[in-house]
Design a protein around this ligand. Structure first.
Ligand code: PSV
Ligand code: MN
Length: 392
């Protein structure tokens, strides 16, 4: 076997183990603050969201988990929901807390200066932990919208102290096999200061909490031009990269399909993952999508996104790392860059089509889903009720 074909078979082996977690909310209606558009056939409850997620898994073969958002996905019986997921070949993934839609959280939640509001926010996480126990989920995901809009509105330092205390209480309530994953975002909904604006702040809180606290890197949560792969590398070095929330951005937190705005950036991120040998499940990095499909069809939007992640991963796996290291050590700037670009410019679609065929899947997931008639079926069946969407 020549080097290229041995790299290709190693890549195929790694790709056949890769999984991507789907967000339940991607299947509901979403939009902007200007308008949430409705689409025929959109799920009306978490059961139907899971059925739609199962379609993505059916055609891609690599999305066996669905992440829930509480209270959007509240049901009477979470064990029953987990059984429903199992019937569809899925398990429940991360449980996302929601601290951004309750009127009490107008001036923040875990960092609020009013102890009553802080207590309410902490209690919400206790509810999420119960959902985890009932569904078998092992990861509690926390994104904090807290911050201030005006200088002087509150003490920046006191807010960090209150945050540390609140997080410690949540962490202490977790079971020994639970992990807390902490997400950062540089602005929005707060515009002057945000209490967890960056990976450094998230990491500091995780380090203070303990080993079972790791950072979530949402690719849409950085200022333009930020070198995101550097952050991924640094968190991997510390063993604290817990998850990705994958999506694409042109301007702010656009939540567009991952790999659509900047496929090269996604490749560079996956290159750091491959270099750190963090693709394998034991590395503990959960590759998740956090997206909204405002104008495109939701199930195909998710399928396309998963394929984009697979393509970037395949390219990263094809990097000739020996040649790369040799060029780096020889201070061959253009040679080293060229090794990366050769991999990036490889058309990996035939290789992925072959991988799918070998797994008994259709080589073209988009076409296979379109031909299945599922979209028309659910549009006809899901009549009446209230479609799921932001705030529901
Ligand atoms: C916040 O912008 C965020 O990225 C968090 O992950 C939320 O839970 C999610 O979006 C909701 O879509
Ligand atoms: Mn996110």
């Amino acid at each position: 076997m020549n080097d290229q074909s041995s790299r290709q078979s190693a890549a195929t082996a790694a790709l056949s183990e890769q999984t991507v977690e789907l967000p339940s909310w991607a299947f509901g209606n979403s939009g902007t603050r200007f308008r949430v558009f409705t689409t025929e056939g959109v799920p009306r409850d978490p059961y139907e969201k899971i059925a739609d997620a199962a379609q993505v898994h059916k055609y891609t073969g690599i999305t066996p988990r669905v992440s829930l958002h509480i209270p959007w996905d509240l049901v009477d019986d979470f064990s029953d929901l987990a059984r429903h997921a199992d019937d569809h070949g899925l398990t429940i993934g991360m449980i996302n807390a929601n601290l951004f839609q309750d009127a009490d959280f107008r001036l923040s939640s875990l960092t609020h200066s009013d102890e009553r509001i802080r207590r309410k926010a902490i209690d919400h996480h206790m509810q999420c932990l119960d959902v985890m126990r009932a569904t078998g989920s092992k990861e509690l995901k926390l994104w904090l919208p807290d911050g201030t809009n005006y200088a002087g509105q509150d003490s920046l330092r006191a807010r960090q102290d209150r945050l540390a205390e609140s997080l410690a209480e949540i962490y202490a309530a977790m079971d020994s096999d639970h992990t807390l994953v902490l997400e950062y975002k540089f602005f929005e909904p707060a515009f002057y200061s945000t209490d967890i604006p960056d990976w450094g702040t998230a990491l500091l809180h995780c380090l203070a909490l303990g080993e079972r606290a790791t950072v979530v890197l949402d690719t849409g949560h950085h200022a333009p031009g930020t070198n995101i792969e550097f952050i991924a590398m640094q968190l991997l070095r510390q063993g604290r990269l817990g998850a990705f929330d994958f999506n694409s951005r042109f301007y702010a937190d656009d939540d567009l399909m991952v790999g659509s705005a900047d496929p090269f950036q996604l490749f560079r991120i996956m290159h750091e993952i491959v270099q750190a040998d963090a693709l394998k499940p034991e590395a503990g990095v959960n590759f998740m999508l956090d997206q909204c499909h405002n104008i495109e069809e939701k199930i195909p939007g998710q399928i396309r996104s998963v394929m984009n992640v697979q393509e970037a991963t395949a390219k990263a796996l094809l990097v000739d790392s020996e040649a790369l290291t040799a060029a780096q050590h020889a201070q061959d700037v253009l040679g080293a860059h060229g090794v990366l670009m050769d991999a990036y410019n490889t058309d990996v679609r035939p290789m992925l089509a072959e991988l799918r065929a070998g797994q008994g899947l259709d080589p073209d997931p988009m076409a296979a889903f379109a031909a299945s008639g599922y979209a028309a079926e659910v549009a006809a069946a899901r009549v009446g009720g209230t479609q799921a969407g932001w705030g529901a």
